[in-house]
Design a protein around this ligand. Structure first.
Ligand code: FCB
Length: 438
């Protein structure tokens, strides 16, 4: 990859927040000390996770969080995005863990940024049920009550798009359903949960609230009408379906008619104003008309009946996951959002960006992150109000259906000994942060 790595990273506006991200299920372990989540059930079913692993121990962060906070402090990030496990909060002593973690972060001068749902739904609950949204808001109130004196920035949900599509439409993630378009209520109920959570957080005094949605440009495979239409549909499904209810208070392209309940009333809740909008960005997608057969892309099973197909983007380096490295698509995505939503687009925070590569001398990761930070800066120069950037991830962890095979961390984790070893990218990012402050 052509890279500017080595040249100083351009300066971002004052107050820009630099951070790293993780999620509870992917790092905590200590499954015996909480009730089960849909992910525990799913990983227990044969063939669901590629390497047959579970997150029972993962990085054992639950017991080693002090060491991990020390790594964050030495890295010099402003903020740490982690997630609160709803099943743990439901369990005796569970909230105490987050209380200790938040204290440890504050003492280290790292701002805690909790995500309140990162896919690990209590196993007894189901997003097909509207009631789950209300229960979520009740749980959020409990967490906000306990941590709100020390937490400034809150994130309601992580990637409801992936949780809907991978978990309920395609069956590749927990809870493993293959409902295709019958999964749409799962999207609606999560969005409703987001809106109710914003209200619950406001009631507890929170003033800095966002959501972390995954987005990427959908490029048409050719100029043929059928490819352009398929890419437009894919864009609606992945980007607009989850952005527009939050940003505009409406569903795109008549999709609201397919949603359950009093959709107009729910949209008022869903559009409860946020203080900023979180974007998880990894790669663009090249999309064309259906090809009439089942296909696979990036490890995902895509059945023939979908009204689109996802193609390889050629001529680009790919990560170990097979995802193409296209930094300028981040600029395109954000300037495109700004064009689409104008002044209604809240300030943007990149809540996840990163790549999977093996090795501790991870020069490819440095090149990837360097190029994406520059692409973010280009969006900022082009007028997008960009307020922060979080690397996925602080450390290698349980990468969902891929198990431990994909390493996204700035810190290497030896899963036998649980030893943490900072990679070259950790040292590089520490220097970027020092320079940003210098
Ligand atoms: C995102 C997830 C995160 C991690 C990265 C690689 O979709 O939010 O948990 O798995 O991908």
């Amino acid at each position: 990859m052509a890279t500017d790595a080595g040249k100083p990273i351009p300066r971002f506006p004052d107050g820009f927040v630099w951070g790293v991200s993780t999620s509870a299920h992917q790092i905590e372990g200590a499954v015996d000390e909480r009730e089960p989540s849909v992910w525990d059930v799913f990983t227990g079913e044969p063939g669901r996770v590629k390497d047959g692993s579970t997150a029972d121990v993962a990085c054992d962060h639950y017991h080693r969080y002090r060491e991990d906070v020390a790594l964050l402090a030495a890295l010099g990030v402003d903020a740490y995005r982690f997630s609160v496990s709803w099943p743990r909060v439901n369990s005796p002593g569970g909230l105490d863990f987050y209380d200790r973690l938040v204290d440890e972060l504050c003492a280290a001068g790292v701002a805690p940024v909790p995500t309140l749902f990162h896919w690990d739904l209590p196993a007894s609950l189901d997003w097909l049920e509207r009631d789950t949204a209300e229960r979520f808001a009740a749980y959020v109130s409990v967490v906000a009550e306990r941590l709100g004196d020390r937490v400034g920035k809150w994130i309601t949900l992580n990637e409801p798009a992936e949780h809907t599509l991978l978990g309920h439409a395609l069956g590749a993630h927990a809870p493993g359903r293959r409902l295709l378009f019958d999964a749409l209520p799962v999207a609606h109920h999560q969005l409703l949960a987001h809106g109710l959570a914003v209200r619950a957080l406001r009631a507890a005094g929170a003033r800095d609230i966002g959501i972390a949605n995954s987005h990427g440009p959908a490029w048409a495979a050719s100029e043929k009408d059928e490819d352009v239409a398929a890419a437009g549909f894919y864009d609606t499904l992945l980007n607009r379906l989850f952005a527009e209810p939050v940003i505009l208070g409406e569903y795109p392209d008549g999709l609201g008619e397919l949603m359950p309940g009093d959709v107009a009333a729910d949209l008022k809740v869903i559009a409860e104003p946020v203080d900023w909008y979180g974007v998880n960005y990894y790669a663009p997608s090249l999309v064309g008309a259906p090809q009439g057969t089942d296909t696979e892309y990036g490890g995902l099973p895509l059945p023939a009946e979908l009204p689109f197909s996802v193609r390889e983007i050629e001529g680009r380096p790919v990560t170990d996951f097979g995802w193409p490295v296209v930094p300028e698509a981040l600029t395109e995505l954000l300037t495109g959002f700004r064009e689409r939503y104008g002044d209604r687009l809240p300030p943007v925070v990149i809540t996840e960006n990163g790549c999977s590569y093996e090795g501790v001398d991870d020069q490819e990761r440095i090149a990837y992150l360097d190029a994406h930070i520059r692409a973010l800066h280009a969006a900022s120069e082009a007028g997008v109000d960009v307020r922060g950037y979080f690397v996925w991830s602080l450390m290698d962890n349980f990468e969902w259906a891929e198990g431990y095979a994909r390493r996204f961390g700035l810190v290497h984790v030896d899963y036998e000994t649980l030893t943490r070893t900072p990679k070259a990218s950790y040292h590089w990012f520490r220097d970027v942060l020092r320079a940003a402050r210098g």
